[in-house]
Design a protein around this ligand. Structure first.
Ligand code: NAD
Length: 428
């Protein structure tokens, strides 16, 4: 078998801590377990298509501002592209590439008929008015309109984007194509073809995979001490479900600061406070501590659910948890993974742990096509089953190869991707 040959990509940095470098190192770790499909592994290391767009808008004061936007389709071998859109001042092409690649792995790991894609705009949404946010969203959607569509690439919410932004994207795409196209994005409001259960789906998936992993470890959820970084959509929902299952939320960190409470925070009032005040820092029942102290908290389950690159090897050496549930994408650097492995701390990796969101996005897409909508119970039961089955399969694979769950997930997913690639053949 002659392997593929390649030239290095010209547009990536050589930072070993970039999300793209993290992703590449994860691929390198799985190649020995891909058997005959390893010959196609280079396919995984290059995005199929990366679009950079200029997004000029008129600001409320009459001035014009230009923003930089991206849409990357990493791999479409198994179906249309699928992945969120992130609004953040630190978004880069390289970050979006990594996030799109993790979507390829994630959709394959849970067996959804999608490839991987991701988008983003470099902006601080807090600095824009609602009208400016709408204009930027509509112009961005028009610019990436040449590559998205219900059968081509289906965006969804990610950090700092939500149902309203998806509604504007759906409307803009529909205006440009001349017919209402609900299936072009997921994570929409319910009466625009959104799915029940979508908003909480990612956090619910974190809970379901965490519950199963805890069961296998013999770790009881009743009384389990939970620490969460990022009390947004994903972290907030996961925390809520763990507390409902008997867990104790003992530490929280977000962009406003870190608070701890040994007796456990009341979840209902905490979520209300985050909604009202925008963060956890002012929690009346919390002891404010230095941000770095978050990583020393005595806990059973740690849920990073904010941004990537948070768990460095130094932090991994200090973490006291038995189980790490990656709600965020790419929170753990590869060397930190090694530290966790050596310290017997189990990591349920992002590419399975936070796949609940894209799974219910898949349900939404299917419901939009058939114009037949399911109940929330139906959604949650189907989600639970898909996540549990996927995790069991990954667990067996990891056991068989004696590798971490991350490499096990990559092994399951990359084989599926590369089988599709081989069966489709190389065009022309
Ligand atoms: P969100 O905007 O609702 O919440 C983000 C949270 O991260 C907030 O609590 C914010 O305060 C916190 N945060 C931001 N910067 C921080 C910092 N420097 N230090 C500590 N905390 C910080 O976003 P979300 O939708 O909950 O997404 C969180 C993560 O989950 C992201 O990595 C995202 O890619 C991933 N994810 C989201 C979904 C989804 O369906 N929303 C699906 C899969 C993965």
């Amino acid at each position: 078998m002659i392997p593929e040959t390649t030239t290095p990509l010209s547009f990536v940095s050589d930072s070993p801590e970039s999300p793209w470098a993290t992703y590449l190192s994860q691929v390198d770790r799985v190649v020995p377990y891909l058997g005959k499909y390893a010959r196609w592994a280079e396919t995984l290391k290059r995005p199929k298509r990366a679009l950079i767009v200029d997004v000029p808008i008129e600001m409320d004061d009459g001035s014009v501002r230009h923003f930089e936007g991206y849409r990357v389709q990493h791999n479409l071998s198994r179906g249309p592209g699928k992945g969120g859109v992130r609004y953040h001042p630190d978004v880069t092409l390289e970050e979006v590439m990594a996030l799109s690649a993790w979507m390829t792995v994630k959709t394959a790991a849970v067996g959804l008929p999608f490839g991987g894609a991701k988008g983003g705009i470099r902006l601080e949404p807090k600095e824009l008015s609602l009208k400016e946010l709408e204009r930027v969203t509509r112009r961005y959607t028009s610019e990436i309109g040449i590559i998205i569509g219900p059968q081509r690439d289906i965006p969804a919410p990610d950090v700092n984007t939500n149902g309203q932004i998806m509604a504007w994207m759906m409307d803009t795409y529909s205006m440009n194509t001349g017919s209402t196209s609900t299936g072009v994005v997921t994570g929409k409001p319910i009466h625009l073809g959104g799915s029940l259960g979508r908003i909480k789906a990612t956090g619910r998936g974190v809970f379901v995979t965490g519950r199963e992993a805890a069961r296998r470890l013999g770790l009881k959820l009743e009384g389990a001490r939970i620490a969460v970084q990022g009390m947004g959509n994903v972290g907030g929902t996961a925390a809520e479900l763990f507390v409902q299952a008997g867990g104790k939320l003992v530490a929280m960190q977000d962009h406003t600061g870190t608070v701890v409470n040994n007796e456990g925070f009341d979840i209902k009032s905490t979520l209300e406070l985050v909604k009202r005040e925008g963060g956890v820092a002012g929690h009346p029942k919390g002891q404010r501590v230095d941000n770095e102290a978050f990583w020393d908290v005595d806990c059973d389950i740690l849920i990073p659910a904010a941004l990537e690159g948070q768990i460095t090897p130094a932090r991994a050496r200090r973490i006291n948890a038995k189980l790490v549930l990656e709600g965020a994408n790419g929170p753990t650097l590869p060397e930190a993974d090694d530290v966790f492995r050596d310290r017997d701390i189990l990591v349920v990796p992002d590419v399975i742990c936070n796949a609940g969101g894209v799974t219910v996005s898949y349900f939404e897409w299917v419901q939009d096509f058939s114009s037949f909508f399911w109940t929330e119970d139906e959604i949650n039961v189907r989600l639970d089953k898909i996540m549990v089955d996927a995790l069991n399969n990954i667990w067996e694979t990891a056991d068989r190869h004696k590798v971490t769950l991350r490499t096990g997930t990559f092994a399951v997913a990359c084989e599926r991707i590369l089988i599709a690639r081989e069966e489709r053949g190389l065009y022309p």
